[in-house]
Design a protein around this ligand. Sequence first.
Ligand code: SF4
Length: 379
Amino acid sequence: MAGIYIHIPFCYSICHYCDFYKVPALGLKDAFISALLREIEVRADYLGDVAVETIYFGGGTPSVLKVNEINTILNKIALHFRIEKDCEITLEANPDDLTDDYLFSIRENTVINRLSIGIQSFHDKDLKLMNRRHNADEAYGSIRRAISFDFRNISVDFIYGIPGSFVAELEENLDRLFDFNIQHISAYHLTFERGTVLYKKAEKGVIKPVNDEESFNQFEKLIEKLREKGFIHYEISNWAREGYFSRHNANYWKRKPYLGLGPSAHSYNLISRRWNISNVKRYTESIQNGCPAFEEETLTQADHYNEYLLTSLRTMWGANLDEVKKNFGELAAEKLIEKSKKYILSGHMIRKAQMLKLTNTGYFISDTIVSDLMEINKK
Ligand code: SF4
């Protein structure tokens, strides 16, 4: 099984924390769609004969697409790939795009069966600080409308650890969300990425990132409240009701092949990784000229090992020592066991039979732990 990711690089305005590839104008949209359709054709063999079980419109802001544009893209994909009958097809959407008309149209006239709504917060002060286009009422209304149009697989994105925020506000966010029967929640800590407005403001001391203690308290509260409501914490930043784990993201973590279409999109075919140029104009021109602009690297055994650790330890299933032994050798498994001991002692990891997992405190410093465990790369 495989997945297809489509990067729609357009946004009406730019959020102050965002470092995804995007452009703040829609002028190139038609040319981009033509190039995308051409890319689907020329990369039809990328996944071999593997069936596609997930399609994901991400961005940027995929909800800038009109219904006929979504259908043109999906029809083209269906023409060139073998699509599973119960394929999960997700559209990321911004709350302000989810009008009655748009939701009705998506529901009635497309095969989109999962919505991922970028709510981020129900507090206007947070939304303002992040320069989101919507306000709290619009965020709330977009979920209510999506449910009223019978979307039954809805994911909501939240951001926590916002400057000036505290645990009680996070609880208010969750309580408002619990007014609805939502199937999936992704919650990310705000990060200050170089080049973003928030990064510059933090550098100048205009805003102050929350401290580690506050960050962890918010993370713990998320875990506690979502568990109480029956959500399963299946990946560091993702929670879902039983049966509603994101199949698309799970495929990344299970290291299944995927095809990435559009500027900046990454692809993986079990052997190499390839990424398209992060420039919509050059992406479009290069495809129209018959010479798509991308870079590619063949993965070494060390890369595969590191990626296995990076992805598996983010999930509730953890890393399987038998698999490490089978795929990377006995020595790699022994080293991993040895290296993990200190984290098990400190309570950041646990071992159950052949599974090594991060605990909640381990999740919180997962980058540090995982890069330490990636010993094979340091040779
Ligand atoms: S967060 Fe989403 S909507 Fe905001 S600028 Fe980035 S891609 Fe666009």
